[in-house]
Design a protein around this ligand. Structure first.
Ligand code: NAD
Ligand code: LMR
Length: 328
């Protein structure tokens, strides 16, 4: 057996937490031979509910679950953490855009970034799910003095999975036939699911889907608005699929990317593809054998894609300006 790794999860008693913790503890996130210590972070009013979740974790008798700590103290919660999964924050309700959450949730991530810098392990990696996740990750990154920027991520894997599922249904193929699906920009209604570079069975999407109007219209808007459609239908924001997206994100970051393919993750831009350096934006990422990652070079950006990417990057700039007071 390997040495246990320590995984800190904020918002552990929330909806996503409830769908996530059992998958971490079962080995779905880090593999069947990797024991885990869970550090579960919640605000005081939710500590009672968190105790119930821990009772359920106990009742699973997971072979890989080594230790569980429940706390509302960030210093305890991030102590020794190898991974920090920042889920905790208020979800949006029907009629709100994710940007409406900026002022409500942004402040949470300054304290968490600072506590991560002061308490986590040297190899800490941070994935932000709580919305608006790109700008929350930006705030955490800027608050975590001494932690390299390339350790901070925000989640667009759920959007990538949604896009693959839409393309597969339209082309009447299996999800696994879709590769090279990149989400560009913000995890918001401006995100750009890039069908121009996606492949179906290794061929351009347009070999299978002749309906260009659908690709440029309904496909994009369905992916952009999927979160809102789920809130409308369920009366609550996506949870199981979000937790699954986070399992996929961490697996993608800990497994070499298959040759020729890529994965969508929001990372700190180095200025590639005309995305301002320092913004946390989604782009195509390739994870190497040694576990480090790079932005995939040379992805073609045509005029249609350029316009869509620019619109989403502009939104990220605006979000950054709106939280300027939270950026150290
Ligand atoms: P939820 O309300 O069910 O749970 C959130 C939990 O966070 C609650 O238990 C709450 O007590 C806790 N919390 C609030 N402030 C906290 C703090 N400062 N520290 C620690 N915990 C805190 O919400 P949910 O459905 O689990 O969603 C969580 C977040 O994830 C929301 O912001 C939602 O919009 C976002 N989300 C993101 C994606 C994505 O793809 N990036 C997908 C789905 C949901
Ligand atoms: C989603 O994409 O499902 C989440 O970001 C929740 C939301 O507010 O849309």
């Amino acid at each position: 057996m390997k040495t246990p790794i320590t995984v800190s999860v904020t918002g552990a008693a929330g909806q996503i937490g409830y769908a996530l913790l059992f998958r971490i503890a079962s080995g779905a996130m880090f593999g069947p031979d990797q024991p885990v210590n869970l550090r579960l972070i919640e605000i005081e009013p939710a500590m009672g509910a968190l105790e119930g979740v821990i009772m359920e974790l106990d009742d699973c008798a997971f072979p890989l679950l080594n230790e569980v700590v429940a706390t509302s103290d960030l210093n305890v919660g991030f102590s020794g953490a190898n991974w920090a999964l920042l889920v905790g924050s208020v979800p949006r309700k029907a009629g709100m855009e994710r940007a409406d959450l900026l002022k409500i949730n942004g402040g949470i991530f300054t304290g968490q970034g600072k506590a991560i810098a002061e308490n986590a392990a040297d190899d800490i990696r941070v994935v932000v799910v709580g919305n608006p996740c790109n700008t929350n990750a930006l705030i955490a990154m800027n608050s975590a003095a001494g932690v390299p920027n390339d350790r901070f991520f925000a989640m667009t894997r759920l959007d990538e999975n949604r896009a693959k599922s839409q393309l597969a249904a339209k082309a009447n193929v299996h999800n696994s036939d879709i590769t090279n699906m990149c989400i560009w920009g913000n995890h918001s209604a401006t995100q750009y699911p890039d069908f121009t570079n996606a492949k179906i069975k290794g061929q351009p999407v347009t070999d299978f889907i002749k309906d260009q109007e659908w690709l440029e219209g309904e496909f994009i808007s369905t992916v952009q608005q999927r979160g809102a459609a789920i809130i409308k239908a369920r009366g609550a924001s996506s949870a199981a699929s979000a937790a699954n997206g986070l399992v996929d994100t961490v697996r993608a970051l800990t497994t070499p990317t298959p040759a020729g393919d890529w994965t969508s993750i929001c990372v700190c831009s180095d200025g590639s593809y005309g995305i301002d350096a320092g913004l946390i934006a989604s782009m195509p990422i390739f994870v190497k054998e040694d576990g480090s990652w790079d932005v995939v070079p040379g992805v073609e950006v045509d005029a249609f894609s350029r316009e869509k990417i620019d619109a989403s990057v502009q939104e990220l700039r605006d979000e950054k300006a709106a939280v300027a007071d939270l950026l150290a």
